[in-house]
Design a protein around this ligand. Structure first.
Ligand code: MYR
Length: 185
């Protein structure tokens, strides 16, 4: 039998993080499976996942702002970069690239080369039209709403559906002016 060698703190921590990530991935899979059983129609499951993500996003923004020390972004381009490089890294452990900007800088793509939520996942034929990771659309939408940005977030490419990448379309619909509960005299 191989002798038991003490592992460095870093190695143990990396292992714990990997196990946690796997647990999240498997738990998420179980939630999607349950929704498919409960709702049957994939469009309804997409909606439920988006709503679930929204409920997470409106809470997660506080943690994000506290941990990242990010202050106001100058424009939507900076916001998209922050989501792709800081937000995704913080909560998914991966980064995304930002591209395909429209002329007025209100719509772009977030492209994920790696997506830990889909580890171990294979969709059966019966799940055509399912956006398995739709929870992420809701998370981003909810988080941005809490910092006064109404957005539309949807998948346009999904490797589980045979596409060559994971691509989210992020569109700024409205920048809601912040309201203060008092008037300046
Ligand atoms: C501001 O201008 O007020 C700062 C805006 C920063 C918004 C960042 C939202 C982060 C959302 C994280 C999404 C993670 C998805 C896995």
């Amino acid at each position: 039998m191989a002798p038991l060698a003490p592992r460095s703190g870093d190695a143990v921590f990396a292992n714990v993080e990997r196990v946690n990530a796997e647990l999240v991935t498997l738990t998420y899979g179980a939630i999607v499976r349950q929704l498919l059983t409960d709702f049957e129609e994939v469009e309804e499951v997409n909606k439920q996942l988006d709503q679930m993500g929204y409920n997470i996003g409106i809470r997660l923004i506080d943690e994000f702002l506290a941990k990242s020390n990010i202050t106001r972004c100058v424009d939507f381009k900076e916001t998209a970069e922050v989501i792709a490089k800081v937000g995704f890294k913080m909560f998914l452990g991966v980064t995304a690239s930002v591209g395909n900007w429209d002329a007025d800088g209100t719509e772009c793509s977030l492209i994920l080369e790696d997506n830990p939520l889909v580890d171990f996942v294979e969709l059966p034929e019966t799940c055509q039209g399912l956006y398995y990771c739709n929870v992420l659309c809701g998370v981003i939408r909810g988080a941005l709403e809490m910092v006064s940005m109404k957005t539309e977030v949807r998948w346009v490419r999904d490797m589980l559906c045979g596409d060559d990448a994971y691509e989210l379309k992020l569109k700024l619909l409205e920048q809601v002016p912040e309201e203060y509960p008092y008037k300046d005299d």
